[in-house]
Design a protein around this ligand. Structure first.
Ligand SMILES: Cc1cc2nc3c(=O)[nH]c(=O)nc-3n(C[C@H](O)[C@H](O)[C@H](O)COP(=O)(O)OP(=O)(O)OC[C@H]3O[C@@H](n4cnc5c(N)ncnc54)[C@H](O)[C@@H]3O)c2cc1C
Length: 435
């Protein structure tokens, strides 16, 4: 049976060259390693496993890129969303230091990987900028620049005038700029990585939702409705979509995060005249608000932005109206934009905003909880997971392994999570005091 599914009405699915479908998994096959989930995490892990000479299968329930990886804003960001590098070190010691270094280098790693694999993903390494939305946040930006630079990052602090020149507006107060960041067409990157995997020898199966994985005869048996892969090692790379196709695939992992709906939208292509005034350097931008303001151009000169709203009623229209107003607040010359594409996806949020890496059994790995910042991170963590499976010691890797645990009061957390947005908005309006 082929599972009926539709691609979201995203700009990316409309604008990206299709890729030839991979076959369904039929019958029983043997590999050294099997990766479940065909997003950036799964594909990067599979590619790095194959580069290490490990015979690898990747099983995607629908089509590669169908999850968050093919729907996101495509910002390539070398920081975490809410956790500072010092906090990583405090919690994970030397592993935290390696993770902070990995995060700081993750944008550069993604761009070089795409380049070396010849992936045409509309990559623009024009920098990622985090403008500060208040004077207190500008002081936070300064602290962040110093903190990330201790781990080899190339972050710089821009003052208010430099920020106004960079963005074409004086709406923000300065901010943290990182030249290694930028943006890509995320679906093109995913599809390009799938081709790179195939060239490296990975066998990809699509339209094959995994129903369970069990240990028998000293091997893992990863089952779909019509097939089975037997392998020594397993990587679960289903992230915020872990419970979507099979609720019982990995319930503890699925319940260690709350999936939040994030809306994305694209303007029509903007004229050269407007682009000369609005974000003339084409950087990827996401500000210091918890209820983020973010945008970037795509290769067709559309601005791709996004937002969130409370409640499901008429959400598409409400979020589009709300986001158009916010854009016009910062850039009055844009007027109220009518978006040509509006779509959404799931972001996996952890209660403390730390990503989670788990070793579910000696040869079973997973990571989850990107907290909205997983494009560059997923690609670099995939490299680390592949190394772990190949026997590299955790003492050398940037994998902060913890025991999986369900988020406290999960059913309640899932219900109240959307209301956290209202709290974020209030918090964004309050100034912060830094020590
Ligand atoms: C709307 C949106 C905007 C975002 N914007 C940004 C951004 O600009 N920058 C940034 O850094 N991050 C961003 N993110 C986060 C980023 O997209 C994710 O962190 C990243 O794509 C996660 O990749 P992944 O491979 O771990 O998961 P996914 O891409 O979600 O892949 C999981 C895959 O597992 C498959 N799957 C699920 N169940 C099964 C099963 N039973 N069997 C087989 N396969 C299964 C799914 O079909 C899916 O393809 C955004 C996320 C969203 C949703």
């Amino acid at each position: 049976m082929t599972y009926a599914h539709q691609w979201p009405a995203s700009l990316w699915s409309a604008a990206t060259a299709a890729r030839a479908a991979s076959p369904q998994l039929l019958g029983t096959v043997d590999h050294d390693a099997v990766v479940i989930g065909g997003g950036l995490s799964g594909l990067s892990t599979a590619l790095h496993l194959a580069r290490r000479g490990i015979r690898t299968a990747l099983i995607e329930g629908l089509e590669v890129g169908w999850g968050a990886s093919g729907r996101n804003n495509g910002q390539v960001i070398p920081t975490l969303s809410a956790v500072e590098p010092g906090a990583l070190v405090k919690r994970f010691g030397e592993t935290g230091e390696r993770l902070a270094t990995l995060v700081g280098a993750s944008a550069e790693y993604l761009f070089r990987l795409a380049e070396s694999e010849g992936i045409d993903c509309e990559a623009e390494q024009v920098g990622w900028f985090q403008p500060a939305h208040s004077p207190g946040r500008q002081r936070l930006s300064e602290q962040r620049v110093n903190a990330w630079n201790k781990f080899g990052s190339t972050a710089e602090l821009l003052d208010r005038a430099e920020t106004a020149r960079l963005l074409g507006t004086d709406f923000w107060h300065g901010g943290m700029f990182n030249r290694s960041g930028g943006h890509i067409n995320p679906l093109a990157l995913v599809r390009g990585l799938a081709s790179a995997c195939e060239r490296a020898g990975v066998t990809i199966y699509e339209n094959s939702p995994v129903t369970d994985f069990t240990r028998r005869d000293e091997k893992w048996h990863v089952a779909t409705e019509r097939g089975m892969v037997r392998a020594k090692s397993v990587v679960l790379a289903t992230n915020a979509y872990s419970d979507l196709l099979h609720r019982k695939l990995a319930p503890t992992i699925a319940r260690s995060i709350v999936p939040i709906t994030s809306w994305q939208m694209a303007t029509p292509p903007l004229s050269e005249e407007v682009r000369a005034q609005v974000l003339p350097g084409r950087q990827a931008v996401s500000d210091t608000r918890a209820d983020l303001r973010y945008f970037r151009y795509d290769a067709r000169n559309r601005l791709i932005t996004g937002g969130s709203v409370l409640g499901a009623f008429n959400a598409r229209q409400r979020v589009a109206d709300h986001t158009a107003k916010r854009l016009a607040e910062a850039f009055p010359q844009l007027g109220l934009q009518q978006f040509t594409h509006v779509w959404n996806g799931r972001i996996g949020i952890t209660y403390d905003r730390y990503p989670r890496v788990h070793r579910l059994a000696p040869d079973v790995w997973s990571w989850v909880g990107c907290n909205g910042r997983g494009v560059a991170l997923s690609v670099s963590l995939g490299r680390e997971l592949a190394a772990a499976i190949d026997g590299v010691s955790l003492n050398e890797l940037a994998l902060p392994v913890t025991e999986p645990s369900t988020m406290p009061f999960y059913p309640i957390a899932r219900r109240v999570a959307p209301f956290v947005l209202a709290w974020y908005k209030r918090r964004d309006h309050r100034e912060i005091k830094l020590g």
